[in-house]
Design a protein around this ligand. Structure first.
Ligand code: 2NE
Length: 270
């Protein structure tokens, strides 16, 4: 596939092919572990992908054939979080989770190896996961002095059930791609050589569907779980669609023309 760079970064690659944005964590020497700067770049790329009209689907992956992401970079873990070049400890991967969750376009994890620790959480947060047959999944937090009690546990439990989610977190074992698929946290497993082609094929199928319909399905599925934030996101899109109606235009026009609005002429759907 003829991926073209959208923007150059230090820790990630950000590329476009057809309507697909591919974001690759590019730190293979640490199995694509993230440091604060990695997350800052990922967040910026997600924001660009959200805004751009020519991007319909986002694929998140890792460089090479060893790892999707091995979580937080243990070399920079200090007191209070992962310490960036500015000396400030952060856990800014949570801001990335929020971006993926509220992204009005599908985000697909293309898991090409280890999805471990915070890297496992990243695939959990994505809308779909397509994995290569060499991929391995698992949490390590309670083994290495960390945990994710947010999407990394509660949303995981929605995929695999409460008992299995507790097992994954309490035991910190690793699971094969096949086991992860059986558990319901992976959509499809393919040979590594077919991973990108399969992911692109899924993206192409999604891109044939109505973007607004897909968006509203994501909002609805999120809203059931995300409380007021989920309702806010869904209501925001309802407002967007209302703004597309003549009825909303009439309200604004009446204000600007200093007259009473005439809403009687608009249909009252049963
Ligand atoms: C991923 C895994 C299981 C791979 O094992 P193996 O034996 O195949 O490879 P190896 O030798 O352990 O790793 C290869 C190289 O990558 C580095 C290693 O240090 C090693 O470097 P060299 O010795 O060759 O120089 N590497 C791997 N993961 C790294 C990491 N996270 N940070 C820095 N360097 C890393 C095995 O490597 C593994 O278990 N990795 C650690 C996974 C982990 O515990 N991640 C952090 C969990 S906590 C977290 O991510 C988190 C959270 O829980 C909540 C919120 C936010 C973040």
């Amino acid at each position: 596939f003829a991926w073209k760079s959208i923007k150059d970064y230090q820790d990630i690659k950000f590329e476009l092919f057809e309507g697909i944005a591919k974001i690759t964590i590019n730190r293979p020497e640490v199995y694509n572990a993230f440091r604060p700067e990695t997350n800052m770049e990922l967040i910026e790329a997600m924001d660009i992908a959200r805004e751009r009209q020519d991007i319909r689907v986002i694929v998140l992956t890792g460089e090479g054939d060893k790892a999707f992401c091995s979580g937080g970079d243990q070399n920079v873990k200090g007191k209070g979080g992962y310490v960036g070049k500015d000396g400030v400890p952060r856990l800014n991967v949570l801001d990335l989770h929020k971006r993926i969750r509220s992204m009005p376009k599908p985000v697909i994890a293309m898991v090409n190896g280890y999805a471990i620790g915070g890297g496992h959480v990243l695939h959990v947060v994505c809308d779909l996961t397509i994995a290569s047959d060499n991929a391995r999944f698992g949490q390590t937090g309670p083994k290495v002095g960390s945990f994710d009690g947010g999407f990394g546990s509660s949303y995981l439990a929605r995929h695999v059930g409460q008992k299995k989610a507790r097992e994954i977190w309490f035991l910190c074992e690793q699971y094969t791609a096949e086991e992860a698929e059986k558990m319901g946290m992976v959509n499809k497993v393919v040979p590594l050589a077919e991973l990108e082609a399969t992911t692109v094929a899924w993206c192409r199928t999604i891109m044939k569907r109505s973007p607004m319909a897909v968006r509203m399905i994501k909002r609805g599925l999120n809203a059931e779980l995300d409380g007021q934030t989920g309702i806010m996101e869904m209501a925001g899109d309802a407002t967007l669609m209302f703004y597309l109606m003549e009825e909303a235009q009439e309200g604004k026009n009446a204000f600007l023309e200093k007259r009473d609005p005439d809403f009687d002429k608009y249909p009252k759907f049963p």
